[in-house]
Design a protein around this ligand. Structure first.
Ligand code: NAD
Ligand code: AKB
Length: 314
């Protein structure tokens, strides 16, 4: 069994991926690392504090645990990135280069997520193809696009087995999001469950691609387990599940909570969202390694509300 190390394991995605990978591979084979933590949900297995900007600390851990696979998730996301673009660029790029370099001779397989943020205002908004115009206008999107180019470069020049997905906004009940433009689609559930109204930072008609966390975790593990010959794209794969606007998700929640109300107070994140696609064509991922989502909007809403109702203590 290959030993796995996860960088950024205490985040929204990292926590859920750590739980699932430990379930599948055995908890001692999955080393969770983060700048902070461990958070309770992943405190049951090996954990190390790691600042991924510290290369020697990273290499010490690769050696200590004989790591063969790295899932590198640490990043500054879109909204937070605009508050300190220089730091977002540094963290997102330097950390990726450290991990890719390790892929040349120490690590056998790497996962690194990209995002729909690689697209920009010039990209076709509907059914955005795998290969198309990419003109991101956030530091986050620029760093993800540059990252994709580096991933393909390291694969082509050095044979690094790097795999990547362009996630849409991820929505789960176990964890909270960490500073993105799609975060509203998680927060809205917490407000609905608490019986509060919701103030949305996007306007009511802004349609963005989204995905339930279980689908995102499944896509990630399916891609990592796919036979090498099936992974033809070494920049990053489009993956999709559903698309909706704040008013559409509000209506779906109102089927369960008829008194629930959303008010729209767009801020700087509106402009970020306007540069992103509304719907994504993920036919290449479906054809290459069999990607298929399980959750659509009604199932997402039902599942989120059911779990949060059980877990939140007032
Ligand atoms: P998050 O902000 O919730 O988690 C990131 C984690 O990285 C945090 O726990 C943080 O403490 C850790 N971290 C930050 N700096 C670090 C450092 N120097 N060293 C080690 N750890 C550090 O982010 P997330 O939502 O879980 O996203 C994970 C990855 O998936 C990111 O690369 C992100 O760009 C990508 N992604 C996420 C989404 C989404 O909707 N969540 C969508 C598209 C892509
Ligand atoms: C963000 O909003 O920044 C992330 C993403 C889509 O990459 N959720």
């Amino acid at each position: 069994m290959n030993k796995i190390l996860i960088v950024g394991a205490c985040g929204q995605l990292g926590t859920e991926l750590t739980i699932k990978l430990r379930e599948l591979k055995g908890k001692d084979n999955v080393v969770a690392t983060d700048l902070r933590g461990p958070v309770d949900l992943i405190a049951d297995g090996p954990f190390e504090k790691l600042d991924i900007l510290d290369k020697s600390q990273f290499h010490d851990l690769l050696k200590k645990y004989q790591i063969k696979e790295v899932y590198h998730l640490a990043a500054v996301l879109s909204a937070k990135g605009e508050q300190d673009p220089q730091f977002a660029w540094r963290l997102n790029m330097e950390s990726l280069m450290t991990v890719l370099e390790a892929g040349k001779d120490i690590v056998e397989k790497i996962y690194w997520p990209s995002s729909i943020a690689v697209f920009g205002p010039g990209t076709p908004k509907q059914n955005t193809p795998q290969d198309t115009i990419m003109d991101p206008n956030t530091v986050y999107g620029i760093s993800k696009l540059a990252g994709e180019r580096w991933c393909e470069y390291y694969h082509d020049k050095y044979g690094v087995d790097i795999r990547s997905l362009r996630y849409p906004g991820l929505i789960g009940y176990k964890t909270l999001p960490g500073g993105g433009t799609t975060d509203y689609a998680v927060d809205i559930f917490h407000k609905a469950i608490a019986g509060n109204s919701f103030e949305c930072f996007l306007n009511e008609n802004t349609v963005l691609p989204m995905m339930y966390m279980d689908d995102a975790v499944k896509a990630t593990i399916d891609l990592m387990e796919a036979p090498i010959g099936k992974v033809r794209v070494r920049s990053s794969y489009n993956v999709a599940a559903m698309s909706f606007s704040p008013s559409q998700i509000t209506s779906e929640i109102q089927k369960h909570y008829p008194d629930f109300v959303t008010r729209y107070v767009p801020d700087f994140r509106q402009q970020i969202a306007e540069g992103w696609p509304s719907t994504i064509d993920d036919s290449v991922a479906r054809a290459d390694w069999g990607w298929k989502n399980a959750f659509d909007l009604p199932e997402l809403v039902e599942t989120m509300l059911a779990h949060l109702k059980k877990e939140i203590v007032f």
